[in-house]
Design a protein around this ligand. Structure first.
Ligand code: 5CA
Ligand code: ZN
Length: 418
């Protein structure tokens, strides 16, 4: 898929320390060192049936900062992201609104691109939708069936689009690595499996938690040629298994998303990779953004308690103020969006712009790099700039250059100079 236009990235001559990130799977910190100077980053993309809200924005900003911190430590980044453009929520919303699901997806993906551009989020190198990558998903299912890692169940006659169609599941009992990403107990898994897209009540499954790899064609639902698996469409987790391995290769560095993806999505994406021939390793580090709430609940498209990036843009709110709200929060601490946070960020942006630091204070730049490398401690980085701005009153310009503004731009993604 087409991505979006990336922001210009100023060069900052001051090298930051190696990025350290909290890994969900081990519960410890990992150094993001990459291989041969390259860090491979996969971030789960949107399901495009409604507009980007602040929860999404927080998640994509967090991984934008991962990319910026990695670059600041002197390494290169290869960044891949999927788009869940074939899934039930899209079909349901399109039905409700009487529009074609492809048109709905295309419209919302375009809005996402515009939101990401406005927020100065660096685009992925590979932005891959499910429909455009369909044969690759079917191929993975064939491989899992061939090596005995998967099994099929007949689709009930009253649902089947044609006689003989089958659903395909991964047989978790054969996968010793199951559970290693989340570290959750079976009880915890069962608690959320159904509400997060699982089908524990499907008769005939060997284990109620077995993830759906391929959904056999149903009457009234779009379907594609699944070779050995028959007509149908891929299960959600398979989408990210396939795209991450194809675009980044085994053992890539970071898998990212919101913490609502820890289980089942990231757990299943990883175990499905481990079940493939050659048992390719999945991610080395799993990084999760805490949930952003609004009106006392997780901000979510399904609940409808949304603050949309596009609505704020339409109201004329400077996207850099939105970015500053997000930077003021640590990614691993849940928080709630409020209008007073936005007002404070707008005031901060004005203060930073008015100080217009025309300076090459390398010490501040070193501090910013160090705070970011410290598991993305953005609140501390923002506080360091605040302190610097307070010590350099409006108009102060020591004439030594633009290292400070360039670094705030490169490291935090906040553009202060027009
Ligand atoms: N398409 C899948 C991933 S493959 C998906 O989860 N799409 S999504 O549109 O529902 O969410 C996109 C990203 O935003 C995911 O990483 C999700 O974890 C994150 N996200 C969703 N709601 C919130 C929220 N309230 N706070 C923080 N992150 C959120
Ligand atoms: Zn995903």
């Amino acid at each position: 898929m087409k991505t979006w236009n990336g922001p210009a990235l100023p060069q900052t001559p001051v090298l930051s320390p190696v990025l350290q990130l909290h890994d969900t799977a081990s519960g410890t910190r990992h150094e993001v060192l990459g291989r041969d100077g390259l860090v491979r980053l996969y971030v789960c993309g949107i399901t495009p049936y409604d507009a980007t809200h602040m929860g999404h924005a927080a998640t994509y900003l967090t991984f934008d900062l991962v990319g910026r911190a990695v670059r600041a430590s002197g390494l290169a980044v290869r960044f891949a992201q999927n788009v869940t453009d074939v899934d039930d929520p899209l079909f349901e919303r399109a039905d409700r609104d009487g529009i074609d699901w492809r048109d709905l997806g295309a419209r919302e993906v375009q809005l996402f691109r515009d939101d990401m551009t406005a927020l100065r989020v660096i685009p992925p190198d590979a932005y891959v939708g499910v429909e455009e990558s369909m044969p690759r998903h079917a191929q993975r299912v064939a491989e899992l069936l061939d090596n005995g890692a998967a099994y099929t169940l007949p689709v009930p006659d009253e649902e089947a689009a044609e006689p003989g169609v089958r659903d395909t599941y991964l047989d978790l009992a054969r996968q010793p690595s199951f559970g290693q990403v989340s570290g959750w107990s079976r009880e915890q898994m069962l608690d959320v499996f159904a509400e997060r897209g699982g089908d524990p009540d499907r008769p005939g499954k060997r284990d109620v938690l077995d993830p759906l790899l391929w959904r056999g064609a149903r009457t009234g639902e779009p379907s594609w040629d699944g070779a050995t698996a028959g007509p149908g469409r891929p299960g959600w987790h398979l989408e990210c298994t396939t795209i991450a391995l194809d675009e980044l290769d085994a053992g890539f560095d970071v898998q990212g998303g919101g913490d609502d993806l820890i289980f089942p999505h990231h757990e299943m994406s990883a175990v499905q990779a481990a079940a493939l021939p050659g048992r390719p390793a999945f991610a080395q580090t799993y990084v999760h953004q805490a949930m952003v709430a609004y009106d006392g609940h997780k901000m979510s498209k399904s609940l409808g308690n949304l603050v949309r990036v596009s609505d704020l843009r339409a109201e004329g709110i400077d996207p850099m103020a939105v970015r500053l709200v997000l930077l003021g929060q640590h990614y691993r601490t849940p928080w709630e969006w409020t209008s007073s946070l936005l007002e404070a960020a707008q005031a901060r942006l004005v203060a930073w712009q008015e100080a217009l630091p025309g300076s090459a204070d390398a010490e501040l730049v070193r501090t910013l790099g160090a705070r970011l490398a410290d598991d993305l401690d953005t609140p501390a980085a923002v506080a360091a700039v605040d302190a610097w701005v307070a010590a350099h009153p409006a108009g102060a310009d020591d004439g030594s250059g633009h290292l400070v503004t360039d670094s705030i731009d490169a490291l935090l993604g906040v553009q202060l100079r027009g």
